[in-house]
Design a protein around this ligand. Structure first.
Ligand code: COA
Length: 211
């Protein structure tokens, strides 16, 4: 068996035992059991976490997902002008390419086995922790466990990089996402108010998950 195949097999087997193994492949097949609703029986699902790297098609998929999720989710949180400004500045194909090539960002797409992309996340080493810069799941795919699975993956990545915590920033009026982060195990550690240019501001919580 080739070493990559062996590593993938280890990954699957270890997750069945609820233990994340050492090797993280550029494409990981994660087998997990998850109850999407407490009234439903446990169902088995397989999720792929796909490293985007400098693949143009994958970067375009991320940018498209960003456009869809941000316009749907942030419309009640920030102004339309601010959404347009932030998408152009942070999530255009060119902006994502630059973050990956020059700023050490790692982008990952999340895909249920055989299905369409459910969302994506981006991480970068920052201030002694692993910063979860973005995690966005399509509306119809929320509350199915994709973020919990992604955070398990990110914890593993942080351990590989010898980083003791995962940090993130979330708008203080993004209530549903704060609830999800608290359930996953993040704690609020303070406020961060930032001028992001063009007359726009972000009023965020800083949240931390110790590993
Ligand atoms: C926040 C977000 C990433 C969470 O992703 P998700 O895949 O829906 O989360 P999961 O299904 O893995 O849920 C993780 C936990 O949070 C809980 N949860 C998820 N959404 C919740 C909500 N709206 N209210 C309360 N709890 C919630 C789940 O029940 C689960 O807890 P449990 O395992 O104890 O039952 C997703 O809702 C999202 O993309 N939101 C819009 C974009 C956004 O705001 N992103 C964050 C930017 S900082």
């Amino acid at each position: 068996m080739k070493s990559e195949d062996a590593a993938k097999k280890t990954f699957l087997l270890s997750l069945r035992g609820n233990k994340v193994p050492e090797a993280i492949q550029s494409i990981c097949r994660i087998s997990t059991f998850h109850s999407s609703l407490s009234t439903l029986p446990l169902k088995r699902s397989i999720v792929e976490i796909i490293a985007v790297k400098n693949d143009k098609d994958l970067i375009e998929s991320v940018s498209k997902l960003a456009d869809e999720v941000w316009r749907e989710h942030y419309k009640n949180i920030i102004s339309q002008g601010q959404i347009d400004y932030m998408l152009a500045k942070l999530q255009s194909v060119e902006a994502i390419e630059e973050q990956i090539s020059s700023q050490n960002y790692e982008y990952y797409l999340i895909r249920p086995d055989g299905g369409q992309y459910a969302g994506y996340f981006a991480i970068v080493s920052k201030d002694g922790g692993l910063f979860l810069s973005k995690i966005y799941i399509l509306k119809e795919e929320r509350r199915k466990g994709f973020s919990r699975i992604s955070v398990d993956f990110i914890k593993k990545r942080a351990r590989e990089l010898s980083l003791p915590e995962i940090t993130l920033m979330v708008a203080r009026n993004n209530k549903s996402s704060i609830e999800a982060y608290l359930k996953i195990g993040f704690a609020i550690t303070g406020n961060i108010d930032a001028d992001i240019g063009n007359g726009y501001f972000m009023n965020d919580y800083n949240m931390v998950l110790k590993i």
